[in-house]
Design a protein around this ligand. Structure first.
Ligand code: ARG
Length: 289
């Protein structure tokens, strides 16, 4: 939800580092409240991008082509009015591990923002968006995406899934709007692994996926929206199956994070990225014998 999105100024992140909330001097990963860890260096999750404005970030995204980012529609659509963000105000940061180290080299302008035409603010269905970058990132950073054919096998309940993001570190109950005492945001990219849950337990639509531990403790949270949920795709490789969409609270026991099911939107993605150029057709005369 737009109202829940964070617009963290980069100097605020510097303050967080100042109080030692997230950055560890020994550089070792630590378990965090939402159950994740700091990503290692070099960062294996090269497809992860940060989506924001000139001096903030508010969502995640993934490079699905060198010049295309997959994200969530709700990151760009005002929850109250339905107004869509002007793409000219957006800055995507690629190849980023620490928000505080972002330079102009990480920045990409957005020349096209396409939110799914059927995105529904009330139900959060079709919560998916595509952003075309003005200048490409490295083609080596791209993550492949699931399609309708391979999706069922990739998302069998119990499969380990991996989510990444710079979203909130503190879990909280669905009855709260944020953790008691406020949320904390990391400077460093976080990664969490959790099992994909059966759709029946989450009460979700077929175009969504849910993931998390029954006991809670591992989840994405505010600020992770639009970021990728991936599963293993052979040695060292990943395939994106979900986009962080919503969830009741964060990491609460008995609740799960809800992700847009990428395999359900493969055709939409393909059409947007590779629009079919309609050439004049030459028709053969139908000869009746
Ligand atoms: N809608 C949130 C955002 O804008 C993401 C929420 C994910 N919540 C969860 N419990 N998994 O950042």
């Amino acid at each position: 939800m737009r109202s829940l999105t964070i617009a963290l100024a980069l100097f605020a992140l510097t303050l967080l580092i100042g109080v030692g909330a997230v950055v560890h001097a020994d550089g070792l990963p630590r378990p965090m409240i939402v159950g994740g860890t700091d990503v290692p260096d070099p960062n294996p999750y090269t497809y992860q991008v940060s989506v924001g404005t000139a001096n903030s970030y508010f969502c995640g995204g993934s490079l699905i082509a060198a010049n295309w980012v997959l994200s969530a529609a709700h990151c760009f659509v005002d929850a109250q009015t339905g107004a869509v963000t002007d793409a000219a105000t957006l800055v995507v940061r690629v190849g980023l591990r620490l928000q505080s180290t972002a330079t102009i080299d990480n920045n990409r302008a957005v020349i096209q923002l396409i939110t799914h035409p059927s995105y529904d603010r009330a139900t959060s269905l079709n919560d998916i968006a595509l952003l075309q970058l003005a200048t490409p990132a490295s083609a080596d950073w791209v993550v492949p995406t699931a399609d309708a054919a391979n999706d069922p096998a990739l998302t069998v309940p119990g499969t380990t899934s991996t989510a990444t993001g710079w979203g909130g570190l503190l879990g909280y109950d669905p009855s709260q709007s944020e953790p008691t005492g406020g949320q904390q945001y990391p400077d460093i990219l976080h990664v969490v692994q959790m099992p994909i849950a059966a759709s029946e337990i989450c009460g979700i639509n077929a175009t969504q996926i849910c993931a998390g531990e029954v006991a809670g403790g591992k989840d994405t949270c505010q600020g992770d929206s639009g970021g990728p949920l991936v599963v293993s795709n052979g040695p060292g490789g990943y395939i994106q199956v979900g986009v962080v969409s919503n969830g009741p609270g964060c990491a609460a026991a008995g609740y799960y994070g809800v992700y847009t099911r990428v395999g359900s939107f493969h055709n939409w993605i393909a059409t947007v990225i590779n629009p079919v150029t309609l050439l004049p057709q030459a028709y053969l005369p139908l000869v009746m014998r």
